[in-house]
Design a protein around this ligand. Structure first.
Ligand SMILES: Nc1nc2c(c(=O)[nH]1)N[C@H]1C(S)=C(S)[C@@H](COP(=O)(O)O)O[C@H]1N2
Ligand SMILES: [Mo]
Length: 210
C-alpha cells in the first residue's frame, strides 16, 4: 500500500512529467510553477474611476467603456497555458475576462476590408501589434481576474490583454485600448528585436526567426 502510494505520487507525478503535459511545452521552453513578473518599466496605477477601455482607429465610431460598464460585459472563465520568450511556460493558468470578440462585435469589418491589424495600447506607453485573426474567434481576452482574485497590479491589473497562443509579450499589461489599423506596425518589443508575430510553437522569438 505505502509503496504503491510512493511510486504513483513521487515517480509518476514529479520525476517523470506525464507525456501529455510535456507536449504542451513548446520547443526551448521549461515549465515553471512560479509567476515571474516582467515589466519594461514601473507599474502604472490608474484609479478605477478614471479607467476606460477604448476601441478606435480605422472604424466609423469609437467605442468606450468605463470600469463599471466593462464589468457588466459578458465575461468568461478560462484556463490556458502561457509561454514567455524568456523560456518559461506556465500551464493551466486561470483567468476571468471579456473576449475581444465581444468588444469588437459592433465594428463593421465588412465595410473596412483593409483593416486587418490592431495595436494594443497600455498605460505606461507599452504597445504590441496583432493581426485581427489572432484576437478574434475566442483567441484573446481582456482579463481582470487571475486565480479567482482581482488581477494584481504587477501582473497588469486592473486589466490586461491575454493572447495565450502567442509569446506572452503580446499580452499587454495595463491595457487601455485597441487601435484598429491597416498596416501591421511593430509595437514596443517588436521594434526592439522581437519577432513581429511571436508563435511559441515555431520559436518566433526574434526578428528574422522564420
Ligand atoms: N504594459 C506592459 N505589458 C507587458 C509588458 C510590459 O513591460 N509592459 N511585458 C510583457 C512581457 S515581455 C511579458 S513576458 C509579460 C509578463 O507578464 P507578467 O509580468 O504578468 O508575467 O507581460 C507582457 N506585457
Ligand atoms: Mo517576456
Amino acid at each position: 500500500m505505502a509503496e504503491k502510494f510512493v511510486s504513483r505520487g513521487f515517480v509518476g507525478k514529479h520525476r517523470q512529467p506525464d507525456a501529455a503535459l510535456r507536449e504542451r511545452i513548446p520547443p526551448g521552453q521549461y515549465e515553471t510553477k512560479d509567476f515571474p513578473v516582467l515589466s519594461a518599466g514601473p507599474t502604472p496605477r490608474t484609479s478605477l474611476e478614471r479607467w476606460t477601455f477604448s476601441v478606435y482607429g480605422e472604424i466609423s465610431e469609437d467605442l468606450k467603456w468605463t470600469w463599471e460598464e466593462f464589468l457588466k460585459l459578458p465575461s468568461e472563465d478560462l484556463t490556458v497555458d502561457i509561454h514567455c520568450v524568456t523560456k518559461w511556460s506556465k500551464l493551466d493558468t486561470t483567468w476571468r475576462g471579456v473576449a475581444v470578440d465581444t468588444l469588437l462585435e459592433k465594428v463593421n469589418f465588412v465595410a473596412q476590408p483593409d483593416v486587418k491589424h490592431l495595436i494594443a495600447y497600455a498605460d505606461g506607453g507599452y504597445t504590441t501589434n496583432l493581426p485581427l485573426t489572432d484576437v478574434l474567434n475566442k483567441k484573446s481576452w481582456i482579463v481582470y481576474e487571475y486565480d479567482g482574485k482581482p488581477l494584481a497590479p504587477e501582473h497588469g491589473g486592473p486589466a490586461r490583454l491575454l493572447v495565450p497562443h502567442l509569446y506572452f509579450w503580446k499580452s499587454a499589461k495595463w491595457v487601455r485600448g485597441l487601435k484598429l489599423v491597416r498596416e501591421n506596425r511593430p509595437g514596443f518589443w517588436e521594434s526592439n528585436g522581437y519577432h513581429l508575430y511571436g508563435d511559441p510553437w515555431r520559436e518566433q522569438r526574434y526578428a528574422g526567426d522564420k
